[in-house]
Design a protein around this ligand. Structure first.
Ligand code: MD3
Ligand code: FE
Length: 218
């Protein structure tokens, strides 16, 4: 049955895993059972390390709000991109990566065939209507054999995934509240991005989309 038909009955009916690449899998609704546990721990993380608009090496302010939890956090400034053990806003460690999130990411990674995923970083993106993420590769991590697990919460978005060069055509995937994506192996270095967020009202998160990406950075 097509997803659009299921939508008529239940927009969050958990579907079968959808392989979007040889080593990239979309797990629709996989995080839904953990959302109630996840939201309060995320609020604590953001209370300790608030969303901020980082500046790119080129001097542009990123529209998407960003923070981190875990031993390492991704930061950007005029010096460049890197993973840092301290939050430059507070000069303190990043908040601890919540167990509920680690456990969720490990189960998702295992379903995609990655059995010993040990995330040490979780980048948290906060999108408001109109915010987009332009096409990029994630290559600041040390070990590209380790997958990336992403969890989408709040407003839906259209995710773009392309090839190994910027000019290759992109495919579009809808990402909804509770969806989990795992990218590894040959798909790990694909170009990807997010189209401008459409306005809307999510029952739990209002006009926001939160995306968590768990990584083994160090
Ligand atoms: C495919 N975030 O934080 S998550 C990022 O929705 C990022 O906020 C997007 O791209 C977001 O870097 C997309 C899905 C994702 C994450 C990392 C990938 C897809 C990926 C790395 C390689 C290939
Ligand atoms: Fe990315």
């Amino acid at each position: 049955m097509m997803q659009t038909e299921l939508d008529l009955f239940n927009p969050q009916d958990p579907l079968q895993p959808q392989w979007v690449g040889n080593q990239a899998v979309l797990l629709p609704g996989f995080a839904l059972p953990q959302v109630q546990a996840l939201l309060p721990v995320l609020r604590e993380v953001v209370a300790q390390a608030p969303f901020r608009h980082m500046v790119t090496p080129g001097g542009l302010k990123m529209a998407v709000g960003l923070t981190n939890c875990g031993a390492l956090g991704w930061v950007s400034d005029r010096q460049g991109y890197r993973y840092s053990p301290v939050d430059p806003l507070s000069n303190q460690s990043w908040p601890v990566l919540p167990e509920v999130l680690l456990e969720l990411a490990n189960r998702a990674a295992a379903l995609a065939g990655f059995n010993n995923f040990q995330a040490d970083a979780c980048l948290i993106n906060c999108y408001r209507p109109g915010n987009r993420l332009s096409l990029h590769q994630d290559r600041d991590e040390r070990d590209f054999t380790q997958p990336i697990v992403s969890v989408s919460l709040g407003l839906p978005a259209v995710f773009l995934f392309g090839g190994h060069t910027r000019k290759e055509p992109t495919q579009r995937i809808g990402l909804r509240h509770g969806d989990v994506l795992v990218w590894g192996g040959e798909d790990r270095l694909r170009y990807h991005g997010v189209l401008p967020l459409k306005p809307g009202a999510h029952p739990l998160l209002g006009n926001l989309r939160i995306n968590l990406t768990l990584r083994k950075a160090g």
